[in-house]
Design a protein around this ligand. Structure first.
Ligand code: PLP
Length: 399
């Protein structure tokens, strides 16, 4: 018999967290590492949110177990926020509060998939999706995209990948890792295609408020109302309110699906920490002013990072329209000599960048598309410029 089950033994460590912890370990050992690994805003959590949490600590109501599906006030506030931000009317009973968006991702797949069910997964994809699909017994069917189409999957590509076993399309716009944002017409076309073919859509909208320039985020569930019975929305406070460590996310879906997922959660983790839920309540029911300030800073950093990366010979960096990631191609540099090494893959090149330039980036291998780097620009402006300059100095030596 195996010591570790095949199911769990098959899961690899989150590459993004691994890069981040390696960078933090090197930093702790005294090396001046600059980390572009974690998708984590560098801003403090807005003060009204922190104040709500402080008050919640002193309130004896919060010392006790609360309903596994979430505090009723928070479920209501999330329904109200969904109407405000997405123009979508949902009942609070359709909202399940989870430990971060990540738990919502796992529970969505666990609740919808039977063994062998296929999930269409456009690549580059966030590194957690295939693991969550496989743990649920599903089969990820990767739909590759590249920078020639702005990393957007078309209806034709999805149709070509569809089989009689296809149950779900995973849709993520704005995208981690590419920052691509699907234009409203394409969102509608994809949603209509899903309805026509009886395919569920799991739409991860955690970066909904982080879009730049002319890009616009629309929720596929609002664009295609016929999806109401076959759509699950994933979201959370982490990216919008600089609350990654507070661990509050949610899933919204048809009542039967949410009830089933809540049953699962009632045995898995019960309620999310009440103090965090009270903080999330203040965040989602408060104003979006702090988000606007953060967005302006991300937008400035976005323009800086794209300009600096594009100036490196052998690096091509499309302009991301959302989230806080740049996803440049480094394909032209592979196989070239850099400080005595000859990295052949983006993973090897990322290792070299960490060793020689003391800069942490996540290689495209983690997102199903070797040949790219993902750099989060959710770090301070000075570190951003210094870090990319170090990468530029190192890669500039390629011959
Ligand atoms: N979905 C996407 C696309 C993400 O990038 C992340 C975090 O990196 C999450 C969901 C989950 O975020 P959290 O669990 O911190 O709420």
């Amino acid at each position: 018999k195996r010591r570790v089950s095949a199911r769990v033994g098959g899961i690899s460590e989150s590459a993004t967290l691994a890069v981040d912890s390696k960078a933090k370990a090197l930093k702790a050992a005294g090396r001046p590492v600059i980390g572009f690994g974690a998708g984590e805003p560098d801003f403090p959590t807005p003060q009204p949110v922190v104040d709500a949490a402080i008050a919640a600590c002193a309130d004896p109501r919060n010392h006790r177990y609360s309903p596994a599906a979430g505090l009723p006030e928070l479920r209501e506030a999330i329904a109200a926020k969904t109407l405000r931000d997405s123009g979508l009317t949902v009942d609070p009973s359709q909202v399940l509060v989870t430990n971060g968006g990540k738990q919502a991702v796992y529970q969505a797949f666990a609740t919808l998939l039977d063994p062998g069910d296929e999930v269409l997964l456009p690549a580059p994809y966030w590194t957690t999706y295939p693991e969550a699909i496989e743990l649920a017994g599903g089969v990820p069917v990767v739909v590759p995209t590249d920078d020639t189409t702005g990393f957007l999957a078309s209806v034709e590509q999805l149709e070509a990948a569809r089989t009689s076993r296809t149950k779900v399309l995973l849709f993520n716009s704005p995208s981690n890792p590419t920052g691509a944002v699907y234009p409203p017409e394409q969102v509608r076309a994809i949603g209509e295609w899903a309805v026509r073919n009886g395919i569920w859509v799991i739409t991860d909208e955690i970066y909904e408020h982080l879009v730049y320039g002319d890009a616009e985020h629309v929720s596929i569930a609002a664009q295609v109302p016929e999806l109401a019975d076959t759509c699950v929305i994933l979201n959370g406070v982490a990216k919008t309110y600089a609350m990654t460590g507070w661990r509050v996310g949610w899933m919204i879906g048809p009542k039967d699906v949410i009830k089933a997922a809540a049953n699962l959660q009632s045995h898995l983790s019960s309620n999310v920490a009440n103090v965090s839920q009270r903080a999330a309540l203040a965040a989602v029911s408060g104003s979006l002013d702090a988000v606007a300030d953060m967005r302006a800073a991300f937008d400035r950093r976005r323009r800086t990072i794209v300009e600096m990366l594009s100036a490196i010979p052998g690096v091509t960096c499309p302009e991301p329209e959302g989230a806080f990631y740049a996803y440049p191609s480094v394909q032209e540099l592979l196989g070239k000599e850099i400080r005595g090494a000859r990295p052949k893959t983006s993973a090897e090149l990322a290792e070299l960048v960490l060793e020689q330039a003391e800069v942490a980036v996540v290689p495209g291998e983690a997102f199903g598309t070797p040949g790219y780097f993902r750099l989060s620009y959710a770090l301070g402006d000075e570190d951003l410029v210094a870090g990319v300059q170090r990468v530029a100095d190192l890669l500039g030596e390629a011959k």
